[in-house]
Design a protein around this ligand. Structure first.
Ligand SMILES: Nc1nc2c(ncn2[C@@H]2O[C@H](COP(=O)(O)OP(=O)(O)O)[C@@H](O)[C@H]2O)c(=O)[nH]1
Ligand SMILES: [Mg+2]
Length: 370
């Protein structure tokens, strides 16, 4: 190949020599004018994935280069995993460039939630993490909610700048750009970035003509190794990522009880108190309530069967449980967040709570979101 060609789905440099490396395309396909690598083709048509390791240094270089010129930045976070997908170090990378925060996947929240309340909560939360976006938007890239507002804002405020879309892996960056281009150009656009539930789908920057001769630019995601989605096998991944509005599951616990979220997490109420535990997680994960004193035995006997996901095979790939201790003061409602899996909103009397998740996954407390 003389000139360099890039995959229109993931941004990798197209090559015809090594099937195991990014950007491979059979030469026959390339000759007929195709500009989609084999990996993107398979993700799109068969929902199959061929894992390719993204070089993290290469990626940080991309991010740093954003800060060296005049750009407008859109940071996307996943509303279902805010803590796991917020990049609080963003200003370090983008310098003085302005940015907005676009919180995606609002379609997963119960219909009754008040957008203004969530936005208010988010603003406070990101401010506390040292981020001061120009504006915050709640959207669903998939269900086309709130996209027009973002486009209007960009049209008005971006000035003579390219727009870089950044964020953690899997927050919906590519889905967002596909939808924006669809709204702006309709069927004229033949461009479709590859999207999938597997982290690491986009491999390089992809420039797409946007407004006023400027581009909108897709980027690979930053990997956060403390999220569930970075640890589990494909079957478990499918089960834990919600694809529909999440139905909160309410448990009234009356002392020394345990909730298992499949075999992925165990939440213990320690002490003889009365509490409400409202669980927000993918509808397909079954919750199993038991007496705390029996929890160990049930876990040993039934992991991968009664307690699933994970499947028995995929359970073997997960690290053993590690314990996280929390004190619920009873003063105001809190969420205990398990990164990439969901959260439990706790209300009621003061109590201690123990959470067990595979070692390496982040668990923490926050003010209740809903
Ligand atoms: N429920 C829901 N899922 C979404 C939405 N946007 C994207 N996704 C899903 O999130 C996953 C990652 O999307 P992708 O665009 O590839 O994310 P990227 O890695 O940030 O580019 C895919 O499985 C998408 O179907 C949304 O608005 N709602
Ligand atoms: Mg992507």
């Amino acid at each position: 190949m003389s000139e360099m060609l890039y995959c229109e789905g993931c941004g990798a440099i197209l090559q015809t020599t090594d099937q195991t490396k990014a950007g491979f395309i059979p030469s026959s396909a390339l000759e007929t004018g195709n500009r989609i690598c084999q990996r993107c083709f398979r993700i799109k048509h068969y929902n199959e994935v061929i894992p390719i390791q993204m070089d993290e240094d290469e990626f940080l270089e991309i991010l740093h280069s954003i800060g060296q010129t005049d750009n407008f930045v859109v940071q996307i976070v996943d509303l279902f995993d805010i803590d796991g997908t917020l990049i609080s170090g963003l200003p370090r990378f983008i310098g003085h460039n302005p940015f907005i925060l676009v919180a995606n996947k609002i379609d997963l929240f119960p219909k009754s939630v008040k957008y203004e309340k969530i936005k208010h909560w988010l603003r406070k939360y990101v401010n506390e993490h040292g981020l001061f976006p120009e504006e915050i938007f709640l959207i669903s890239a998939e269900k086309n909610i709130g996209l027009k507002e973002v486009i209007h804002y960009l049209e008005k405020e971006k000035g003579n700048r390219d727009v870089f879309v950044v964020g953690a892996t899997n927050v919906g960056k590519s889905s967002f750009i596909n939808q924006v281009i669809q709204i702006l150009k309709g069927k004229q656009s033949h461009i479709e970035l590859t999207t999938s539930r597997y982290p690491g789908t986009t491999l390089n920057v992809v420039r797409i003509p946007f407004i006023d001769g400027k581009d909108i630019i897709d980027t690979p995601g930053i990997v956060n190794h403390k999220r569930f989605s970075e640890w589990v096998g494909p079957k478990t991944l499918k089960a834990i990522l919600p694809n529909k509005t999440v139905k909160p599951k309410v448990y009234q616990l009356a002392g020394e009880q345990t909730l298992f979220w499949g075999g992925l997490a165990r939440i213990d109420q320690v002490g003889k108190t009365r509490n409400n535990f409202v669980c927000y997680l993918a509808n397909g994960i079954s919750i199993h309530r038991t007496k705390r004193e029996n929890a160990d035995e049930i876990y040993q006997k039934h992991l991968g069967e009664l307690l699933k996901p994970p499947t028995i095979e995929e359970a073997k790939q997960l690290p053993p449980f590690a314990k996280h201790d929390f004190r619920f003061t009873g003063r105001n409602k809190v969420d205990i967040v398990i990164s990439g899996l969901g959260w439990v909103a706790v209300d009621g009397e003061p109590t201690n709570i123990e959470v067990y998740v595979p070692k390496g996954i982040s668990v923490h407390l926050r003010d209740a979101l809903i």
